[in-house]
Write a protein that binds this ligand. Structure first.
Ligand SMILES: [Cu+2]
Length: 212
């Protein structure tokens, strides 16, 4: 009888212990390598309470400095080869940062899930030579794909370019339209951020009749 009681106690204790360990997730540390001139990975996904450690792998000096849009500010100061800087992110949110010495070196720490679609401006589509050029502003580094379709229904997709990583900022890309007849078309751009949130924007354009 005593053995049965002990066995039962063990069975009852197990789910309670399992629950406790699932609830109290221990804080983790994510590492970012700071090279000449990049952050790797440029996108770090962590949970609230976790820490990010930046380590200078290149020659340096470099910094890891939060940008104004970050919910909390941090700044490593100038670090040389082999030096480290750690910051613990208490609150969920998106923390863009850069190297203050080389402001083209950029990264993002995403704390908790990212549910915000990447912002994409209106497109400006211009036909030049045998391509349509699309100019836009992208608010966060995303995978961008593009396609060209007819305006008339049924809409047919005629050209597309595969998704490629495009950094935030003012950008342009082009889609080949050689071989398409003169007429009205539209180009659709889709930006997908590292967590899969996506946004699409369309713009019309016209392929003119060739001048006689
Ligand atoms: Cu730098």
């Amino acid at each position: 009888m005593r053995a049965i009681t002990l066995a039962l106690a063990a069975v009852l204790a197990f789910p309670v212990a399992a629950q406790a360990s699932a609830g109290a997730r221990s804080a983790a540390t994510a590492n970012v390598e700071v090279g000449d001139f990049f952050f790797r990975p440029a996108y770090t996904r962590i949970e609230p309470g976790d820490t990010v450690t930046w380590r200078i792998a290149g020659g340096g000096p470099h910094t890891a400095t939060s940008r104004p849009a970050a919910p909390a500010a941090f700044d490593s100061g100038e670090l040389l080869s082999g030096q480290e800087f750690s910051f613990t992110f208490a609150a969920a949110g998106r923390y863009p940062y850069l190297c203050s010495l080389h402001d083209f070196m950029r990264g993002v720490v995403q704390v908790g899930p990212d549910t915000v679609d990447p912002k994409l401006s209106k497109l400006v589509a211009t036909v030049r030579a045998s391509r349509v050029w699309v100019a836009f502003t992208l608010a966060e580094t995303s995978k961008v794909s593009a396609s060209v379709a007819t305006v008339k229904r049924p809409r047919k997709k005629l050209r597309r370019i595969r998704a490629k990583t495009v950094e935030e900022g003012r950008r342009s890309l082009s889609v080949k339209i050689g071989g398409l007849k003169p007429g009205r078309y539209r180009v659709t751009l889709t930006a997908r951020d590292p967590e899969g949130n996506a946004r699409s924007v369309k713009a019309p354009f016209k392929i003119p009749k060739p001048k006689p």
